[in-house]
Design a protein around this ligand. Structure first.
Ligand code: HEM
Length: 143
């Protein structure tokens, strides 16, 4: 289930970008100079959809890409998988959120199997977090 959750967070990160204010002028590997007091936006979405990192199948839902961990999945660029941020400000609720998602899924799967409704229209959109624009209609079949 971890692989499925990771792949979902990769393709559809709830938080699309992480913002930081530059405290003092900084030179990044002589490639980029960031002046003090600007805001930098790190796009979770861009990193997680970059074919140079994830491969040509970057846009496909393939949970098995995580079968050997994040380092392998990112071709040694584990910072490119950042649905919960990175560094000292890493999400404090990440374990809680993942455990909650697993419990909810397990409770559903104990009672039902489900299929996607033909009414579903795939249109991820951002309203504070990423969500399905027209809802997510599924058909439940009692076990
Ligand atoms: C799938 C669910 C979640 C996602 C994708 C998510 C994502 C994130 C991200 C990307 C950050 C870093 C923000 C930054 O660096 O500027 C963050 C920080 C944070 N998250 Fe979450 N989060 C989730 C669930 C939760 C939950 C359930 C809680 C609380 C129970 C929570 C509490 C926090 C807090 C308090 C911070 C700030 C940590 C700090 O600044 O030291 N998050 N989250």
């Amino acid at each position: 289930m971890n692989m499925i959750i990771n792949e979902t967070l990769r393709l559809y990160p709830p938080v699309l970008a992480i913002t930081r204010r530059v405290g003092k002028k900084v030179n990044l590997a002589n490639k980029l100079i960031l002046p003090a007091n600007i805001e930098v936006s790190v796009s979770t979405l861009a990193f997680q959809h970059n074919p140079d990192i994830w491969g040509a199948d970057v846009h496909l839902f393939k949970p098995e890409r995580f079968s050997e961990g994040i380092v392998k999945a990112t071709n040694n660029n584990s910072m490119a998988f950042l649905p919960f941020g990175f560094g000292p400000r890493f999400c404090v609720g990440s374990n809680f959120a993942i455990t909650e998602a697993k419990i909810a899924l397990v409770m559903i799967l104990q009672r039902f199997h489900f299929t996607l409704s033909p009414a579903y229209i795939h249109s991820p959109s951002q309203r504070i977090t990423t969500r399905p624009q027209h809802g997510l209609q599924i058909i439940l079949h009692a076990l």
